[in-house]
Design a protein. Structure first.
Length: 295
């Protein structure tokens, strides 16, 4: 038996080590500079929320010359006769119901298209994917007429009810790609144990869809929280307004542009989105990387 001598690892010279260190430092400096450029609008928004009214446009520096919290005091004092917490509650209610409806309906639709075999599955799936290219404004008038006939205008139903019918083709496609990556032996084992399609979905498939479910939840929450157009169309009562609409009310009810309080309320509206994203960032990356959407 012949014994081969182990090949010694190549040694790194001092010059090569210094070159590697320089490249690493330059890379980190470039990335940090890029992050600062991208974050500058957000930093300027936060800084401007602490500036007096006469300093918002005259002082373009990040740090205010005379910092003040009066903008936040004015916001917490109420907008159009209603507390800012009421607008927060409306936004949380609409966003929370939208997340629940979108997750349940899209996960169920993804399981049906990804696992079950039925006549017309291919054309129906292709038609569903084609709706991604359909602009929202095309169906806005027919939807408004339907909700008006159902006497649901000026309620939260037009904003949350479509989410329970798997109308978001992007998230259905996300679920389908994830379901197709799960072993079919799981379904067969559940069938042997006496589970039907729904029990197989609920007890076997849905728990394994956690990365895709969290990804859907994050995007649905952010998109619904920031939605302005749909809420402007369907909501007329100020007591039902969400934060984006409350911002518009605050600007319209003043005789002059009150940028400071408007920026302060914008910062408050950004806080839940930032916390929601930070809390589930790891699951977002896992969901995108394991569902066939990576590049």
């Amino acid at each position: 038996m012949s014994v081969q001598a182990a090949t010694p690892a190549p040694s790194v010279t001092g010059t090569e080590r210094r070159g590697l260190t320089v490249r690493t430092v330059l890379w980190h400096v470039a990335v940090t500079a890029l992050v600062l450029v991208l974050m500058y609008p957000v930093l300027w928004l936060v800084s401007s929320s602490f500036k007096p009214a006469d300093e918002v446009l005259s002082n373009l520096a990040l740090l205010p010359d005379h910092g003040t919290t009066s903008n936040y005091s004015q916001v917490f004092g109420g907008v159009a006769g209603y507390s800012v917490w009421q607008y927060f509650g409306n936004s949380l209610l609409v966003s929370g119901l939208a997340v629940i409806g979108n997750v349940l309906s899209c996960a169920l639709a993804g399981y049906v298209f990804g696992r079950l075999k039925f006549r017309g599955r291919g054309p129906l799936f292709a038609f569903m994917i084609a709706t991604i290219m359909l602009p929202h404004h095309v169906v806005l008038i027919p939807q408004y007429i339907i909700f008006q006939k159902l006497d649901m205008v000026n309620t939260f139903w037009p904003l949350v009810l479509p989410k329970f019918f798997a109308t978001e083709a992007f998230f259905v496609f996300l679920m389908v790609q994830f379901v197709r990556g799960l072993p079919k032996e799981l379904d067969e084992s559940a069938t042997i144990d006496g589970c039907g399609p729904f029990r197989t979905f609920w007890y076997v498939i849905l728990p394994l869809l956690r990365p895709a479910v969290i990804t859907t939840s994050i995007f649905t929450f952010i998109w619904t929280w920031n939605d302005f157009f749909s809420q402007l169309i369907y909501l007329n009562d100020p007591s039902k307004f969400t934060l984006p609409l409350a911002l518009q009310i605050y600007v319209d009810q003043t005789s002059q542009s009150a940028f400071g309080p408007m920026f302060a309320m914008s910062v408050l509206a950004l806080v839940p989105i930032g916390l929601f994203f930070v809390a589930f960032q790891r699951f977002l990356v896992d969901g995108v990387s394991t569902s066939g959407l990576k590049g």
